[in-house]
Design a protein around this ligand. Structure first.
Ligand SMILES: [Zn+2]
Length: 355
């Protein structure tokens, strides 16, 4: 009788316990994490903004790693050209016309049902970002534009939340950890929005999957370290060229008169906000870009020529792509024709002109 009871007890134990010990066993064996680190991951809350190639890599890795709460925010739907590198999505998601945030949430729930996963379909901007990041232990950058990255930089510094910048294009990428008031910030690194019309994007020069896979993985490793309270956080800017197989690192010092590091949150206050408005009765949307300098039409023409019809004179550049027509002015202002959806127009500007 006693023997029987013992057997029952053991079998119950085996049924209940595999969740922590088996699922994460290889990660717990890694001495830098261990049982204590695993518990910290379970009690952590991360926010991933942007769910393209970088976002899907970080989301799948950190959900598998057992981070307790994961919020993923993205404004886009999935298209066929995303499948080459955005590892969470498949052809069924496209047929079902699912937004990226929702498809990511559904797939990740099947990967790890023991954690809290929330997909939010939204354009992150000054009106909602503080609500989205409230209570987060870390913010992860999976974005494709600098305007929103600077917004993350401002809220992260304001609310003292670490964030990890990441970007990948063609065969290259870069990443840097930003620990508020301890390391250099994004403003220290690049000093405000890049020059207008000079930001290359995946839609103009392409991208191969190894570049975002490496950068997303480096971001994931630093996120794990920050969440478990490791002391060896990497503070350098790391750059990678996956095609050449090269890595470089650069020490970035905080800039003494950086406004963001001194509590002046220009992006969060809307001083550099890209203003997008529908032009009444014209089936067109106007975009005002506050980035630095004037656009070089010659450079822009070179980049856009393989993608559509381009022509320019000294006053404006015309670019036709898909069913849309864009007119771009030297100060970065643009009018996108045959469109009423301001969010879509903003997406086209971000893709082809860069922001
Ligand atoms: Zn700074």
């Amino acid at each position: 009788m006693i023997v029987m009871l013992r057997i029952v007890k053991v079998s119950v134990k085996l049924k209940c316990e595999p969740i922590m010990t088996d699922r994460y066993s290889r990660q717990i064996l890694f001495s830098e994490i261990g049982e204590a680190g695993q518990k910290k991951l379970k009690n952590s809350f991360i926010v991933i903004i942007g769910c393209g190639a970088l976002g899907t890599i970080m989301a799948t890795s950190l959900v598998r790693a057992g981070v307790g709460k994961v919020r993923i925010i993205d404004r886009d739907f999935i298209e066929y050209h995303n499948l080459q590198r955005q590892v969470l999505f498949n052809e069924d998601d496209i047929k079902s016309e699912l937004p990226k945030a929702i498809a990511a949430e559904r797939h990740l729930r099947k990967v790890n049902s023991s954690i809290d996963i929330e997909g939010i379909v939204a354009d992150v901007n000054i009106t909602n970002i503080e609500r989205f990041i409230s209570g987060a232990d870390i913010i992860l950058d999976g974005l494709d534009n600098f305007e929103t990255r600077f917004l993350i930089n401002d809220v992260a510094l304001k609310h003292n939340i670490p964030w990890i910048y990441g970007g990948a294009i063609a065969s290259t990428g870069m990443t840097m950890v930003i620990l508020p008031h301890k390391t250099a910030c994004l403003y220290c690194l690049i000093g405000g929005l890049p020059a207008k019309g000079m930001v290359e994007t995946c839609d103009t020069v392409g991208v191969i999957s190894p570049a975002p896979f490496i950068i997303g993985s480096l971001q994931t490793a630093e996120a794990l370290k920050i969440l478990i309270g490791a002391h060896n956080i990497n503070r350098d800017l790391i750059t990678v060229d996956a095609w050449k197989g090269t890595f470089d690192r650069f020490e970035i010092k905080p800039v003494r008169n950086c406004p963001a590091c001194h509590g002046e949150y220009k992006f969060l206050e809307g001083k550099f906000e890209i203003k997008v408005s529908s032009l009444c009765g014209q089936n067109a949307v106007q975009i005002l870009n506050p980035g630095q300098g004037q656009i070089s039409f010659k450079e822009l023409e070179k980049r856009l020529k393989p993608l559509g019809k381009v022509s320019f004179n000294e006053f404006m550049l015309h670019f036709s792509v898909e069913k849309y027509e864009m007119v771009i002015f030297p100060d970065g202002r643009a009018i996108v024709k045959n469109i009423n959806d301001v969010s879509l127009a903003r997406g086209l500007y971000s893709k082809y002109i860069g922001m």
